[in-house]
Structure formats: structure tokens, C-alpha cells
Ligand binder design. Structure first.
Ligand SMILES: [Zn+2]
Length: 257
């Protein structure tokens, strides 16, 4: 077959397969953190669609059904029982951040470091906090403390109400991967300024939103990202009626830590 005939076919194939149209070094985000804090838990993009924007990331699911981890192009769901599930790609997400992970830096963390110690070590290794960092930390952990969030019914309570009763999981002697981001302070209201990490064990059985840990040993891979793509629900109804004008930093502090 001649090239002129193959090219349109390839293009069609690409459209059907949903080939990546997003450059590396791009973080793509669905909805905003303040919308989630305000109780906007209805999913707006399918996990299948989300994978067109990255092979790596974190988020949550329709009706806030657990914590999302995307690692090596696979979507995992840590439900409120602390266990890891493989959700259908048709399940929607109300909030997620993803990207194609291509590490620019690799370094070891100090053995014995806790969450704050690890954050300090990353700040020292990558001091410029004004661009986005996608982070993958693989390690063995003496201790890992995570949480998840349970499925919510309408009328949705605010996220600060949901996390008051969040199930917390303490895992000892586990190896696994922390997936997350360090966002610049200026994303306040849109994403989480500073660090936001989710964890999944190597055996793909346990995980969640990271509250703290004690590392045995671990290695950080950091991907500096200078592009930021924000996708809002554009069906005319998404985010309607939410008060997104006020400062929700104190609420965010409560739900993240
Ligand atoms: Zn989280």
C-alpha cells in the first residue's frame, strides 16, 4: 500500500485507540481541589479517557469511592476497606491529576526518613518549588499510614465532614510505590500546594492516601513538569452553584494531613 493510503488509516487507528495527544512534562488535571472540598463528587471523566492524558497519577472516583493511583498505565482504586481494586475504565473521576512519567532526577532518601523528612530531602534535591514535580518513590517501609474515603450519597457532605470518619490503615514492613506531586503554592484553590502522595504496595493489595510513613530505604524519581492542563466539566452543569470564591486552605489542611 502507498504511503498516502496508509497515513489516513494510521490517523484513524490513532483516534480509535486514543493515542496520547499530550506532551511529556505536562500535568493534566480534572476539576479543582476546591470543587472537591465543596462536595463536587460526581465524576466528570472516565478512567479510560483519563489514561489518554497520562500513565501516572492520583485522584479519586465517582461519589468519592476511594483513592486513585495510576501507575505504569494501570488504574488502581483503594476503597474504604483499605484494599486495592482494579476499577472498570468506564468509572468516572471527579478529580484527578495525571501525566506521562519521565524522570529527570533520581536520588535516594535518607534511611529512616518519615514523610516530612522525605519532603525535606526532595526540597533539597529539587529546590525550585515554582514548577510542578511528579514524584515516584519506590521503597521498603517499616511503617506506612494511609487513609481512604467511603462512597458518598447525595446530598453530599463537605469533604471535611467525610474525612472526620475516614478509615485509617497502618501497615508494617511493606514494599511499594508512592505516587504523587509537589505543586507550587500558586495552585492554591486549584490543586494541593506542596506534596500530595498516594501509596500502593508491590503486591497490589494495600494502599491509600499517605498520612505518614517510616522508610527503611527508598529511591525518588522526580519529573519536572512545566506544562499544566486544567480540564473543567464543560457540559454547562459541572461546578454550577458551588461557592469557589472563598479561601478553603484551612479545610484542605484538615483533609490532607
Ligand atoms: Zn489524596
Amino acid at each position: 500500500m502507498k504511503m498516502e493510503k496508509i497515513l489516513p488509516l494510521l490517523l484513524l487507528l490513532c483516534l480509535f485507540c486514543g493515542c496520547a495527544s499530550v506532551a511529556t512534562n505536562t500535568i493534566t488535571q480534572v476539576s479543582t481541589i476546591d470543587a472537591l472540598l465543596a462536595g463536587s463528587y460526581d465524576g466528570v471523566m472516565s478512567c479510560g479517557e483519563l489514561l489518554k492524558y497520562g500513565d501516572f497519577g492520583i485522584g479519586t472516583f465517582d461519589r468519592l469511592e476511594g483513592e486513585m493511583i495510576i501507575l505504569d498505565d494501570r488504574v488502581f482504586q483503594v476503597k474504604s476497606d483499605g484494599l486495592v481494586y482494579s476499577p472498570s475504565l468506564s468509572i468516572l473521576t471527579p478529580f484527578a491529576s495525571v501525566g506521562y512519567f519521565v524522570p529527570d532526577k533520581r536520588f535516594d532518601l535518607p534511611p529512616g526518613a518519615d514523610l516530612h523528612g522525605a519532603e525535606d530531602a526532595i526540597d533539597t534535591a529539587v529546590p525550585n518549588k515554582n514548577i510542578f514535580l511528579a514524584l515516584k518513590i519506590h521503597g521498603t517501609f517499616r511503617y506506612m499510614k494511609t487513609r481512604s474515603v467511603p462512597l458518598q450519597d447525595k446530598p453530599y457532605p463537605a469533604l471535611t465532614e467525610v474525612t472526620k470518619n475516614q478509615p485509617v490503615f497502618e501497615i508494617s514492613d511493606v514494599s511499594g510505590t508512592i505516587v504523587g506531586f509537589r505543586c507550587p503554592d500558586y495552585v492554591k484553590g486549584i490543586n494541593v500546594p506542596g506534596y500530595h502522595f498516594h501509596f500502593i504496595s508491590d503486591d497490589l493489595k494495600k494502599g491509600g492516601h499517605v498520612l505518614d510513613f517510616t522508610l527503611k530505604e527508598g529511591t525518588v524519581e522526580a519529573d519536572l513538569c512545566g506544562r499544566y492542563l486544567l480540564i473543567l466539566p464543560d457540559d454547562g452543569k459541572g461546578l454550577e452553584g458551588l461557592d469557589l470564591s472563598r479561601d478553603r486552605s484551612a479545610e484542605l489542611q484538615k483533609v490532607e494531613r
